[in-house]
Write a protein that binds this ligand. Structure first.
Ligand code: GLC
Length: 527
């Protein structure tokens, strides 16, 4: 499997382990469950899985609050289960990436327990402790994600500690070289066990200004619409130059283990700043997430313009990537509706760059409404309306009890609508959403041009069109992002071609001449 570019041609599938497959009947997914379902992923045709965190955790933030970076939480299994999963995945040619949460630990991590115990503890400086200002207010005006002060008062030692997320997720002090080395060692621990790389959580908030300068107000803030922390321009505590340097050092650690390991990173920055994380001469993160499709208005001209702008902004040698859904964002089928979710899948899997596919999107799953009083995600309480349970519900594998996900009671409901979209019901139907994904993934593998060159085509109205070029190509991709019929007045691949995959399968194989009629909500790959 030694191939330094596998992640450029490949498709990365995000597994949310709590909700993928439960092997022991406790209602929560686990590692043996994932292992038991690996054949779904190889059948589907993805190249790698990224697992959301599986480390020991009090689960205040469902694993994004880590209390031990080098072990596995019993709810997910054991270290031996993870080793077995990696080995089984590798036997099938699938890579395994773990989620690495460097910005903060759980407050129950032994490091924080020591740090919090006394001002003199050797671990005190592993976190960010500061005295109040003379007016007894917090040390700076910085806001945390939910919009209140990012400083949390700790009575025991009479100081504030800094935290961007929950009180129980204190930020590590990445200015401390001991913290850096301890955290780099956690990467080495997993790399030595054969893990193929990491998705870095919340990278942009890693380091803050050491002089604690106050952030200015954000003149563009739209109350009620924007997240409340956006009322400040977070220039002193987000995306600091030191963070970019540390990203390059993370990359060096990963490269100690060969050139086929990969780093993905969650940023959530505007495109022009996000691309800086590729680093000078590609020395940084190989896949700094491009989140545009998570929030972009679903409008062909806007998306076409964004694709151009993104590709133009990439530094030389940088490889693009696309994210359509994840465990923090409403599901694509709920955002766009079922017909456009199919078009979006075709877009994701044919744009130039690495697609990142969130578990269940291949089934067209929708958000499952969770009443406020049953919400489990802490954000549902802290930022009403922003709870993330709806997109984290279990995978429906079949229509039986527990949806084939569990023999117990699922930790979140599967949802009636999603139950009907189960894997077994779609698997043999090439016209299904699952069938569409499988056909697109199969085509990507069979047709090198689909991961080769890219040429945007002139189109108007709701149509987005481009060529993918290279050996065996070119292929034309034409997507109608609107509900009405549309005409594409561009020549199809020289000499014409056939519809290889359509989002509306009654058209597969149809000959296409010098122009193309698209029905509403239809996307086609012609080659
Ligand atoms: C990232 C994760 C999110 C988590 C947060 C804090 O944004 O994707 O799920 O709550 O970081 O770790």
């Amino acid at each position: 499997m030694a191939d330094a570019t596998w992640w450029q041609r490949g498709v990365i599938y995000q597994i949310y382990p709590r909700s993928f497959m439960d092997a022991d009947g406790d209602g929560v997914g686990d590692l043996p469950g994932i292992l038991a379902r690996l054949d779904h992923l190889t059948w589907l045709g993805v190249d790698a899985v990224w697992l959301s965190p599986v480390h020991p955790s009090p689960m205040d933030d469902f694993g994004y609050d880590v209390s031990d970076y080098t072990d596995v939480d019993p709810v997910f299994g054991t270290l031996a289960d993870l080793d077995a999963l990696v080995a089984a995945a590798h036997r099938r040619g699938l890579r395994v990436l773990l989620d690495w949460v460097p910005n903060h630990t759980s407050d129950r991590h032994p490091w924080f327990q020591a740090s919090r115990a006394s001002r003199d503890d050797p671990r005190r400086d592993w976190y960010i402790w500061r005295d109040p200002r003379p007016d007894s207010g917090p040390p700076s005006n910085w806001l945390r994600y939910i919009g209140d002060s990012a400083w949390c008062w700790d009575e025991r030692t009479g100081q504030f500690y800094y935290r961007v997320f929950l009180d129980s997720q204190p930020d590590l002090n990445w200015r401390n070289p001991q913290v850096q080395e301890a955290m780099f060692d956690t990467l080495r621990f997993w790399l030595a066990r054969g893990v193929d790389g990491f998705r870095i959580d919340a990278l942009i908030v890693l380091v803050e200004d050491d002089r604690l300068r106050d952030n200015p107000p954000n003149p563009g803030y739209r109350p009620g619409q924007d997240l409340p922390y956006l009322r400040e321009l977070s220039i002193w505590n987000v995306d600091r130059p030191e963070t970019r340097e540390l990203a390059a050092r993370m990359r060096k650690v990963v490269d100690e283990f060969g050139d086929d390991r990969v780093l993905l990173a969650e940023l959530g920055l505007p495109l022009e700043t996000a691309v800086a994380y590729y680093g000078p001469d590609g020395s940084g993160i190989q896949v700094p997430f491009n989140f545009e499709l998570l929030t972009a208005a679903w409008e062909a001209r806007g998306i076409a313009a964004y694709v151009d702008r993104y590709l133009a902004a990439l530094p030389a040698g940088a490889w693009p990537n696309w994210v359509l859904g994840n465990h923090d964002t409403p599901r694509v089928a709920s955002r766009l509706g079922p017909a456009q979710a199919r078009v979006a899948a075709m877009l994701l899997l044919t744009l130039p760059g690495t697609p990142i596919l969130y578990q269940g999107e291949e089934l067209g799953l929708v958000d499952v409404p969770i009443p406020a009083e049953q919400a489990l995600d802490p954000l549902a309480r802290l930022l009403p309306g922003r709870g993330r349970d709806p997109e984290r519900t279990p995978m429906p594998w079949d229509a039986g009890p527990g949806a084939g996900f569990t023999t117990g009671r699922p930790w979140l409901p599967v949802g009636e609508d999603n139950l009907a979209r189960n894997v077994a019901a779609q698997r043999d139907d090439p016209a299904s959403m699952l069938g569409l994904h499988r056909r697109l993934l199969g085509l990507r593998r069979a047709a090198p041009a689909l991961t080769g060159g890219y040429e945007p085509l002139e189109a108007d109205g709701d149509v987005l069109a481009y060529l993918r070029t290279g050996p065996g190509g070119p292929y034309l991709v034409a997507l109608n992002l609107g509900p009405g019929p549309a005409h594409l007045a561009v020549p199809t691949p020289p000499g014409g071609g056939r519809v290889l995959v359509s989002t509306r399968p009654d058209r597969d194989g149809e000959e296409v001449g010098a122009s193309l009629e698209l029905r509403g909500d239809e996307g086609v790959v012609v080659g």
